[in-house]
Design a protein around this ligand. Structure first.
Ligand code: E4P
Length: 217
């Protein structure tokens, strides 16, 4: 499973990228607003930093303007994936951009039917939102599994990009289901390294090493 990092914070992306943990980046208007940076400026910087796809989201809601925005975003770097919402206008934009050879990430997906439409429209990535479904007492992971089954049934090559990930558990569950990519905030990716028994075991090893005066250097 590829790891995308879900942020527009350059320092956080760079830190994970140095460890080989970044296969791509996803942003959205809320994350750009949170960074306090200009969308074009910060997106260009991210594209130069990472080799993989960088999702940059349109802000218009009609197909014509979305297409213009998408072309402008795609023209900034070779690794841009234009992010469009899963609306009828977004699907039209997806088809037009993918026909031109531009990577498209169709976002705000909350149902298997929506994912089926995005694949038909040539999406490179479909972004089902796990956490926001969980917030409504629904099971976001079930949606990932349903989309995996449907795409495998018919050999769609659209990548399942599990999004709205809130916990380390979401990451391992997505990997078990077979999501192609998971995009998560930096803190969630770092949290995947934590285990109570690792901390406890390490404390015991350190104490024993001190008691026995074990030295390597
Ligand atoms: C990624 O593409 C999405 O924009 C993001 O994962 C949404 O996450 P949220 O539901 O935590 O805002």
């Amino acid at each position: 499973m590829k790891f995308f990092v879900d942020t527009a914070e350059i320092d956080a992306i760079a830190e994970l990228n140095d460890l080989g943990m970044v296969d791509g980046v996803t942003t959205n208007p809320s994350l750009i607003a949170k960074s306090g940076r200009d969308i074009l400026e910060v997106t260009k910087e991210i594209c130069a930093l990472v080799d993989g796809p960088v999702s940059a989201e349109v802000v218009a809601t009609d197909a014509e303007t979305m297409l213009e925005e998408g072309k402008k975003l795609a023209g900034m770097a070779e690794n841009i994936a234009v992010k469009v919402p899963l609306t009828w206008a977004g699907l039209k934009t997806c088809k037009a951009l993918s026909d031109q050879g531009t990577m498209v990430n169709v976002t705000l997906c909350f149902s298997a039917n929506q994912a089926l439409l995005a694949a038909k429209a040539g999406a490179t990535f479909i972004s089902p939102f796990i956490g926001r479904l969980d917030d409504l007492n629904l099971d976001g992971l079930d949606l990932i599994a349903d989309i995996r089954t449907i795409y495998d049934n018919y050999g769609f090559d659209t990548n399942i990009l599990a999004a709205s990930i809130r916990s380390a558990n979401h990451m391992s569950e997505c990997a078990k289901i077979g999501a192609d990519v998971a995009t998560a905030p930096p803190a969630v990716i770092k949290n995947m390294a934590n285990h109570l028994l690792t901390d406890k075991g390490l404390a015991a090893f350190v104490a024993d090493a001190e008691k026995a005066q074990i030295k390597i250097l």
